[in-house]
Design a protein around this ligand. Sequence first.
Ligand SMILES: [Zn+2]
Length: 302
Amino acid sequence: MARSKVPIALALVGLFGCSASDPDPRRASDPARTPSAQQAAPEVAPSPREERAALSYSGELTQGGFIRGQVPSGAVRAVLGDEALELAEDGAFFAAFDRDSPASLVLSATLADGSRVNETLTVTERTWPVQNINAAKRPAGSSEAWWKRREPEYNAIVAARAKVTDAQGWKQDFIWPVKGRISGPFGVQRVYRGEPGSYHSGVDIAPGNGVPFVAPADGVVVLARTGFSLEGGLIIVDHGGGLNSAFLHCSKIAVEEGEAVSQGQYIGNVGSTGRSTGPHLHWGLKWNEARLDPLLFAGSME
Ligand SMILES: [Zn+2]
């Protein structure tokens, strides 16, 4: 059963989000919002494209959510909080809000003359369910021995996620890699016998063992290996723009590192490899270091 989208967030997006085609005349004529309208139109040959003086964006302005937008014409740099954004040639960008994002973040574009266009974004707070687990937080055994095995795996994952590709999937509306019962929603806070542990960093989908799954958006496979101690069979797909997907516990991997994949392309099969209590696909989404809610990308399963 799929949880519905966050209705408050959607309502807020309607209020605070705006799109490139926003017809609201106040946005274009308010001098406070367009401090550099003159500078933004330098002496260049007339372009058929309309010059943009304001930042535009739309999306899910909530913890774990994201926005897509465009910087003003002539912008040379943009940041969300202190994270630099990758700007496409046409000024399009992607940015996202960590599960624990503050309630307010400044989106800022810097123009060639050094002036800035700023927007303060309101990011709605979510309340995260708590899962009480009747087990010790740390498994018995030497942590040194554990880290000896884990360190190369950890380094491989970090290196894969740092790879920059020319993938354009960040521009697409995501689809579910596979549909099935949500056995673990994103963001759930785990508590081990009263001691808070990590939160659930992705969404668990349980369609059954061996069921094939697909790429939720275009991308480049930056990691595809079996045998990770926690993740088991692991696929990481870079979607460009700093956004990537991880698929854990795979029983089979059908792609290779370096391979470009298209949205909807079969990439692997659901399994229970690594640290897993039953067959499911754990789908994690990250933008830089921010952990995101896949449900906000793929929408309701109905
Ligand atoms: Zn999971």
